[in-house]
Design a protein around this ligand. Structure first.
Ligand SMILES: NC(=O)c1ccc[n+]([C@@H]2O[C@H](COP(=O)([O-])OP(=O)(O)OC[C@H]3O[C@@H](n4cnc5c(N)ncnc54)[C@H](O)[C@@H]3O)[C@@H](O)[C@H]2O)c1
Length: 253
């Protein structure tokens, strides 16, 4: 990480980052630790999870779990709260891309169902069990990673776009439910950031998405971590139910 402006905004705070073994989640976790937080990385990929936690040092812990398994998510959050006496921050970065570069008529129905299951149902479970724990202390910051695909709909990705639109609706609803508490619930909608998820997509689909970015470049992990950590900081106290843009000018709303 190149950012030089880190301080101790998160000293004493405890964060859970799903999908923390790689990509956006790993970058956000690194920045939170750099600013004082204790971080639990939650991921279903056990080997990469262990390596990621080792890389981040003694303030990083690993929890192997699948975000679509409610028993694992519920007991995982309960266990972390019981051990730490707090959960201040939950960022849901676990996600998959599913069928891409395919029209709806060519989209396998099971592929559509799977991307909805991980990206939307998984977001629901993570958000639900994060809130069950956070309401005990009446403080928390929940951040769900959505996507520009959920705001605009990317042709060729009807499952992913539907799921991410659902995440945007989920934070609008839950944000209002908790608006009079100390807990905020927001989403972040990035355009393309080069991670394993993007590397696994059809090149024609990646070109379609990157060509739409007015800045004519991809976002960086540092830019994601910078905005995400502000949204989950105590300073961000008058924002809830909102989906923040991170698209190099693609979405101006
Ligand atoms: N990279 C981008 O350009 C981009 C753009 C917009 C939105 N997003 C979203 O950001 C999030 C993170 O994406 P990324 O690019 O870092 O992907 P990534 O593939 O680099 O990392 C995702 C991580 O999630 C984990 N994971 C997947 N399914 C899981 C499950 N069911 N339970 C637990 N862990 C699971 C994977 O093992 C992996 O470590 C995703 O929701 C993605 O849709 C990414």
């Amino acid at each position: 990480m190149k950012t030089q402006l880190w301080n101790n905004r998160f000293s004493d705070q405890v964060a859970v980052i799903t999908g923390g073994a790689d990509g956006l989640g790993f970058a956000i976790a690194g920045r939170l630790i750099g600013e004082g937080a204790t971080v639990w990385l939650l991921d279903r990929d056990e080997a990469r999870l262990k390596a990621a936690a080792n890389k981040l040092g003694s303030k990083a812990h690993a929890l192997a779990a699948d975000i679509v398994n409610e028993a694992q998510i519920q007991s995982g959050f309960e266990g972390i709260y019981a051990g730490e006496n707090r959960i201040d921050i939950v960022v849901n970065c676990a996600g998959i891309v599913g069928p891409n570069n395919r029209k709806i008529t060519e989209t396998p129905t099971d592929g559509y169902e799977q991307v909805l299951r991980v990206n939307l149902f998984g977001s629901f479970l993570v958000c639900k069990h994060a809130l069950v724990q956070m309401q005990k202390r009446n403080y928390g910051r929940v951040l769900l990673i959505a996507s520009i695909a959920g705001k605009e709909g990317n042709a060729g990705m009807c499952g992913y776009s539907s799921a991410k639109a659902g995440v945007i609706g989920l934070v609008k609803s839950a944000g209002k439910e908790f608006a009079e508490t100390g807990i905020t619930i927001n989403a972040l909608a990035p355009a393309v950031v080069r991670t394993a998820l993007v590397e696994g997509m059809e090149p024609a689909q990646v070109k379609y998405m990157t060509d739409k970015i007015p800045m004519k470049r991809c976002g960086t992990l540092e830019e994601v971590a910078s905005l995400a950590t502000w949204i989950v900081s105590p300073e961000a106290s008058f924002n809830t139910g909102f989906t923040f843009d991170l698209t190099g000018g693609r979405a101006v709303y």
